[in-house]
Design a protein around this ligand. Structure first.
Ligand code: SAH
Length: 257
């Protein structure tokens, strides 16, 4: 029986791979990857490796999750190691839970190699701190997408100092805006959409919960950061918090694209 490595490919930039991920990819025999994994990361796999795209594009599934689980188990029976490569971190909205369950049931050894999840890549690209202690006390990684998780978002855990990161916000920003307003968020609460974070076509669009409905859709993959930290301005911060140095730093943040 071989071992399955569930590896995080990070949000796009291959330099954000862990050294461990890079080493395992360089020696890979077989790699089952998602559509989200960037070509630059795929280029780091051994030229001898067999690459299998098990991802889906534009909602068109290439393989069902059960089929992917079965493939992992069957390859593990004939290979020394099998790599399951996922965008971002494997454990964040990555269906790793189902794969782990299948591997455990089949008695296959596995190891998770964490990656930089899209929320962190997006925050870095936007140049913001997700837990700026003056205005944020917690981060909630969530999604409205029913396909991924049937359960509704837990609005009870959202406070005025929550930074909400919405994965898979979908194409309909008006609906997202409506649901955020329904959830009790104020219309003037800042938010930022980051598309293709850390990739060559990354885009950042600053907005607010109320304004979001009017924003032009950015290409997938994109995510939405909502909260007082999701602002280019020093909004929500008392003037006294900011010395001249910090003000300069803020004005150097990436501009709207
Ligand atoms: N396991 C992944 C998330 C998979 S769900 C991770 O940890 O990042 C897919 C969603 O992740 C996309 O719909 C999008 O919301 C987000 N995403 C993934 N890569 C992204 C990127 N480079 N830029 C912005 N959002 C990204």
């Amino acid at each position: 029986m071989g071992k399955v490595y569930l590896i995080g490919a990070g949000p796009g930039d291959p330099e954000l791979l862990t050294l461990k991920a890079a080493r395992l990819l360089a020696g890979a025999e077989i790699v089952l990857h998602d559509a989200l994994v960037s070509n630059e990361v795929l280029a780091m796999t051994s030229p001898a490796a067999e690459l299998i795209n098990v991802g889906k594009r534009a909602g068109h599934k290439l393989l069902t999750q059960d089929e992917i689980n079965a493939l992992l188990v069957s390859y593990a029976k004939s290979r020394e190691s099998v790599i399951r490569l996922k965008g971002g971190d494997p454990s964040i909205f990555g269906r790793a839970g189902e794969e782990i369950e299948a591997l455990r049931k089949a008695g296959v050894d596995y190891e998770i190699v964490p990656g930089v999840t899209a929320a962190l890549g997006a925050a870095a690209v936007a140049g913001i701190s997700l837990t700026d202690r003056r205005i944020a006390s917690q981060i909630l990684l969530s999604t409205f997408s029913r396909r991924v998780d049937g359960s509704a978002m837990d609005w009870g855990s959202v406070s005025s100092t929550t930074t909400l990161v919405l994965y898979m916000p979908g194409a309909d920003y008006a609906e997202v805006s409506e649901r955020l307003l329904e959830g009790g968020l104020p219309a003037d609460l800042p938010c930022v959409i980051v598309s293709n974070a850390t990739g060559s076509r990354q885009q950042v669009r600053w907005s607010s919960v109320g304004q979001l409905s009017a924003e032009e859709r950015l290409p997938a993959p994109a995510l939405l950061i909502v909260g007082r930290v999701a602002s280019r301005d020093v909004q929500g911060l008392g003037e006294s918090f900011w010395g001249s140095d910090q003000k300069d730093r803020v004005s150097q943040q990436p501009s709207v694209i």
